[in-house]
Ligand binder design. Structure first.
Ligand code: PMP
Length: 286
């Protein structure tokens, strides 16, 4: 069975799927994206992901390529055509195709929409979570608007590659004041000695992760203490536990930061619990 992608109104063979050379996503990274988990054939937290997509589009003044109803149909169609029961659906919207010029194209230039989906072996990810991951830290050299989920991900790409070359799975960005902002594609969390969950405020410096938001719900309903504040690299090194969150990783324990073991050097009980309980608080749509 061949993989299928949706590109600007058509379902095409993935290997042949392409966009125009003057697509503004290609030339200027002038676009936004979302990644949504698929579990047992359901889209997870679709509403929140599409709300965030709307916000990203609004912030960049890109006209939505279609309404939410039809977009939901396209997402489901791509998932179905690729026979994905467990995996991810990716969607990208750019400011469309126009002669290369930095300023916006003429009003009415349609946005480009691409949707792909692929299966993920979540059992392997669960196995990985039993061991935990290593993280390195790198200076945060991104622009200020990291609250917008743009496809301009070059600092993130370089950070992730640095992590890979260091034998780690993620890189945490550290700002000029020594505080951790977030991971290259995940939000960053620690658990303090007295059991409080700590993650940076989403008011600035990070993307407001959907997984992060659901973990806030979980914490509230299960009476876990949560502190929304910045923490330094040093505080993280001395924390009882650390973990990352994202739609692709859910809750993934961090057992080492820059070569130093965190807590016992194994996934801690809080990270395990949050991972196990996550789907009890996520929204599943049909
Ligand atoms: N921060 C960044 C920079 C990311 O790319 C992501 C993943 N898209 C996240 C955080 C986590 O967001 P979510 O929980 O919505 O996947």
């Amino acid at each position: 069975m061949s993989r299928i992608a949706y590109v600007n109104g058509q379902y095409v063979i993935h290997a042949d799927a392409s966009v125009h050379v003057e697509d503004r996503g290609y030339q200027f990274a002038d676009g936004v994206y979302e990644v949504c988990e698929i579990r047992d054939g359901h889209l997870v937290d679709e509403r929140r992901h599409l709300d965030r997509l709307d916000r990203s589009l609004r912030e960049l003044r890109i006209d939505p390529p279609m309404d939410r109803g039809p977009l939901g149909v396209v997402l489901r169609e791509v998932v179905a055509r690729n026979r994905v029961r467990n995996g991810l659906v990716y969607l990208q919207v750019t400011r469309g195709v126009a002669r290369r010029d930095h300023a916006f194209p003429a009003a009415g230039t349609p946005a480009s929409l691409v949707v792909t989906a692929r299966s993920v072996n979540f059992a392997a990810s669960d196995k990985g979570a039993e061991v935990g991951i290593k993280v390195i830290t790198v200076p945060d050299n991104r622009w200020e608007r990291v609250d917008i989920k743009t496809v301009g991900l070059l600092p993130n790409v370089l950070a992730k590659q640095a992590a890979k070359e260091a034998g780690a799975k993620e890189a945490w960005f550290v700002d000029a004041s020594g505080h951790v902002t977030e991971g290259s594609s995940t939000n960053a969390w620690i658990v303090t000695a007295d059991g409080k969950l700590v993650t940076r405020s989403a008011e600035s410096g990070i993307l407001r992760g959907i997984t992060r938001t659901v973990l806030f719900d979980l914490a509230e309903k299960e009476q876990l203490r949560i502190e929304e504040r910045a923490f330094t690299r040093e505080e993280a090194m001395g924390a009882r536990e650390a973990f990352i969150s994202s739609a692709t990783n859910l809750v993934m324990p961090v057992v080492m930061i820059d070569g130093q073991a965190i807590g016992e050097g194994t996934p801690g009980p809080m990270s395990r619990r949050l991972r196990e309980r996550y789907h009890a608080y996520a929204e599943f749509s049909v």
